[in-house]
Design a protein around this ligand. Structure first.
Ligand SMILES: O=P(O)(O)OC[C@H]1O[C@H](O[C@H]2O[C@H](CO)[C@@H](O)[C@H](O)[C@H]2O)[C@H](O)[C@@H](O)[C@@H]1O
Ligand SMILES: O=c1ccn([C@@H]2O[C@H](COP(=O)(O)OP(=O)(O)O)[C@@H](O)[C@H]2O)c(=O)[nH]1
Length: 463
């Protein structure tokens, strides 16, 4: 049996829909962070294999890589459509990102979501030893602890929500919201990125579920379940990112990028191609910068890396078409025979290359409309050359803005005029100011790195 602890100190079992297997690029913040956490402490990572097969479950694929063990299962086409493309990415994701207009109400998708969570519970049960700590991640798996409890699992189980959590007034737009969200009480600890997210959870439980707040800070439901909701802002492996960026010169690709710039200042954006990332608005803001600053023509270049994401969901295919049109339009308007204003790239890159790209850029442009945390903002800062750091332009609606605050240039991503203005300021910021801002942000990132995040969550869970 995989993962049974031999007694005494149990091991860490991480569960998430997305698993980054040893040979894969971890595109997406959850997979990046979990990989870093497991590589430090070891344990078992259970989740979806990333493959669509004839049936869900069946064989559990097992791989061992050093101290990390992977156990993954396939999803059938129907389950993948209803659970991942359906309820997770067309119902929960838009609602959690403040887009009720995009929420899909198909009950077939909800049934698929519950079916796959049941299946995860069934497979996972036999992997959990008596002393193991179980850490379930994200909105794909909200009811999983309740389903494990129904099967007699008494271990301590934690949940971390990697997305924002909107206020109760919006959460009630979720189909059968109470049935689903109340299952969060089956966890011992629920972690969120920001105080705003925690307040939203408390408000929902107090006003919609009829829970009470106990003096020890735990929420108690009318049924008697008690759990704790706390803030743990996720970090990156700051030292590793900084170290990798300082070796950027070793990569031919970094030389090629630098050479191609011919002395122009680089603005960089790196995002999954997701409507929550504010990419059309970002392109418009850059166009506005070019419109109002003719002196920047041929002096600046904007590289947007945007690996396609969730292509089975119509809204994601639409945003891809919109961006192709927008990039083409802006380039058509401003390009010269020897200058392309936007370099729009639909590939994904490994972390060591990304850190070199970040270091090359004078400005990191991170403008999601809503984002749980946004690790790219942190990676951009950690990758900078301390002697000549770049400037981060950051959406005030990313969780990262809570920690990096005014040392980034905070903007409203929907206000293209404000973003264009911030870009102008960033491109001309004097070196002493760039250094001072960077140092303060780096202090935060060094203190609150992924290890501190993981330790804080697990220590609290184990208490
Ligand atoms: O697994 P995918 O459907 O390909 O999507 C990738 C991940 O996107 C989301 O990431 C979130 O987690 C990050 C780390 O906490 C956070 O910085 C970011 O703001 C979030 O968007 C999603 O929540 C994950 O489940 C996905 O794996
Ligand atoms: O080509 C790419 C694009 C992104 N990422 C990584 O994907 C993660 C994105 O996380 P973030 O929290 O910014 O957003 P998410 O995609 O999880 O919503 C970061 O660690 C990026 O370095 C990557 O490895 N290669």
């Amino acid at each position: 049996m995989v993962g049974r602890s031999s007694g005494g100190q149990g091991r860490l079992i991480v569960v998430s829909n997305r698993v980054a297997l040893p040979d894969q690029t971890a595109t997406g913040g959850l997979a990046s962070a979990m990989r870093a956490a497991l590589q430090e402490r070891g344990g078992l990572w259970f989740g979806w294999s990333g493959k669509v097969a004839r049936q869900t479950g069946g064989e559990v694929h097992r791989i061992k890589d050093g101290i990390v063990e992977y156990a993954t299962i396939d999803l059938s086409r129907a389950d993948h459509d209803d659970f991942y493309n359906g309820f997770a990415n067309r119902t929960l994701w838009p609602l959690l990102h403040y887009r009720p207009d995009l929420v899909d109400y198909d009950r077939k998708h909800l049934a698929g979501y519950l079916r796959v969570n049941n299946l995860f519970a069934e497979e996972l049960m036999s992997l959990i030893g008596p002393h193991d700590l179980v850490w379930i991640n994200d909105f794909h798996l909200i009811p999983l602890a309740a389903m494990l409890r129904e099967r007699g699992i008494r271990n301590r189980i934690g949940f971390f929500l990697h997305t924002p959590l909107p206020a109760a007034g919006l959460l009630i737009a979720l189909p059968r919201h109470r049935e689903l969200l109340e299952t969060l009480a089956s966890y011992d600890l629920v972690g969120l990125h920001t105080p705003r997210d925690r307040r939203a959870l408390e408000e929902y439980f107090l006003h919609e579920v009829g829970a009470t707040m106990r003096r020890d800070g735990r929420l108690q439901t009318p049924g008697g379940r008690m759990f704790r909701a706390e803030v743990f802002p996720i970090g990156i492996d700051t030292r590793e990112v900084a170290d990798s960026a300082s070796h950027a010169n070793e990569h031919e690709e970094i030389h090629q990028l630098r050479h191609s710039l011919e002395g122009r200042a680089l603005i960089i954006g790196v995002d999954r191609l997701d409507y929550s990332k504010g990419l059309p608005e970002r392109f418009q803001a850059y166009a506005r910068l070019l419109e109002r600053s003719p002196q920047l023509h041929r002096k600046v270049s904007f590289l947007q890396i945007a690996p396609p994401s969730r292509g089975g969901v119509p809204e994601y295919r639409q945003i891809r078409r919109d961006l192709e049109r927008s990039a083409g339009h802006i380039n058509g308007m401003y390009a010269a025979p020897d200058w392309v204003p936007i370099r729009y790239v639909n590939n994904s890159f490994a972390h060591d290359l990304l850190s070199g790209y970040y270091r090359t850029a004078r400005v990191g442009l991170v403008t999601p409309l809503r984002d749980g945390m946004n690790l790219v903002a942190k990676e951009y800062v950690a990758s900078q050359d301390p002697n000549d750091p770049g400037v981060l332009v950051l959406s005030r609606f990313a969780g990262a803005a809570q920690e990096l605050g005014n040392d980034a240039l905070l903007v409203n991503p929907a206000d293209t005029e404000e973003v264009a203005e911030a870009l102008g300021i960033a491109l001309t910021m004097p070196l002493p100011e760039r250094r001072a801002r960077w140092r303060r942000m780096m202090d935060v990132l060094e203190k609150q790195d992924v290890t501190a995040w993981r330790n804080a969550f697990l220590q609290r869970l184990a208490q």
